[in-house]
Design a binder for this molecule. Structure first.
Ligand code: SF4
Length: 343
């Protein structure tokens, strides 16, 4: 059995949570990637899953009020989601995501997210925080991560293994669904946004845009300043980074002089290469968060590859909580002027 030095032994004296209780999952960060797996796992075992409501300006303000530092907008919003959930649930599920695929890490702010939460938010319910670390040491796969919860929830590992197996099947189906809906996780975004996206079909779209952005920024309407909805109002069909198949992204990655070291950063750069070569993509928009350490590197590569391989109109947006909706609208109008010109 894998032991984790930062989990003190005394925390294993009995289950931290029991079947039937409420497990809280904040709607932010890697939620957009892992939620179907996480929720299905807990529900298969008999827990109730409670997700924090969609982000509001108050959620962001609450998170921002805790930090006063230069943390990026998605992390500030995530803190707001934890605040919103913490008194409504029996435990919070916050896996320590270090590396979820071979050869790549997540951002240091995601690696340290649980410590940030512990330090900034008092009176937390028990945190269930199994690590996931494909790079190691020690190496911990997704499955081992879930199995390590056996003592914490007071259930045998065999029962957890079966719940994980079923959850993974469900997750894979959901991921295939996201690919089919052009990289947009329709079940995880507000209904009005899904309806707006559905209104632009192949016959009605004026332009087809490739959208490059981290899911937790792009699919949160408050953090992205309603970017996707603004684009559908202009009759644009959209394809986001996970609307490109994993095989195609890997093919594009092979062309890079040096592999990108971060999981989502890889997807952003590979998507830029792919969109720039697709004949049916009329223009490309890249969205990133101010104070994002990773995007200080990856935005340059995204921009470089988008411009090097095509003359498609390209717009790069850097957002934070101070971004003016009027300024954003002006940038979009200038971009649409370019799109309308022959190129
Ligand atoms: S990758 Fe950037 S936006 Fe994402 S958590 Fe890290 S610093 Fe924030």
């Amino acid at each position: 059995m894998i032991r984790f030095p930062f989990l003190k032994k005394s925390r294993f004296r009995g289950p931290l949570t029991r079947r039937g209780e409420r497990i809280g999952i904040p709607r932010g960060m890697m939620f957009y990637h892992f939620f179907p797996l996480w929720s299905s796992f807990w529900e298969n075992l008999g827990w109730q899953v409670e997700v924090s409501p969609f982000t509001t300006r108050e959620t962001v303000e609450a998170g921002k009020g805790l930090t006063g530092t230069d943390l990026c907008l998605p992390v500030k919003a995530f803190l707001g989601h934890v605040l919103c959930l913490k008194d409504r649930v029996d435990a919070l599920f916050l896996p320590r995501l270090i590396s979820f695929e071979e050869g790549a890490y997540l951002c240091p702010k995601i690696l340290g997210l649980n410590d940030i939460i512990r330090n900034l938010i008092p009176d937390l319910p028990p945190l269930l925080e199994p690590p996931v670390n494909y790079k190691g040491p020690p190496k911990v796969s997704l499955e081992s991560s879930f199995l390590s919860l056996s003592e914490t929830v007071g259930l045998p590992r065999g029962r957890l293994a079966e719940a994980f197996r079923q959850a993974r099947v469900h997750w894979e189906k959901e991921q295939a669904g996201v690919y089919r809906t052009h990289g947009i996780p329709q079940k995880l975004i507000p209904e009005d946004l899904t309806q707006a996206l559905d209104r632009v079909g192949p016959g009605t779209a004026r332009f087809h845009l490739g959208i490059i952005g981290r899911p937790y920024l792009l699919f949160d309407p408050i953090l992205s300043q309603q970017l996707l909805k603004r684009l559908t109002f202009r009759s644009c069909a959209l394809t986001c980074i996970h609307g490109i198949s994993a095989a195609e992204r890997e093919r594009q990655e092979e062309k890079l002089a040096k592999k990108v070291y971060w999981s989502l950063g890889r997807d952003l750069v590979a998507s830029s290469l792919s969109f720039s070569q697709k004949k049916d993509i009329d223009g490309i928009i890249s969205i990133s968060s101010f104070a994002c350490g990773q995007d200080a590197f990856t935005s340059y590569l995204v921009d470089h590859y988008a411009r090097q391989h095509s003359d498609k109109p390209f717009l790069s947006l850097v957002l934070d909580e101070h971004t003016s909706p009027v300024g954003l609208q002006s940038r979009l109008e200038a971009f649409f002027d370019l799109l309308g010109r022959p190129h």
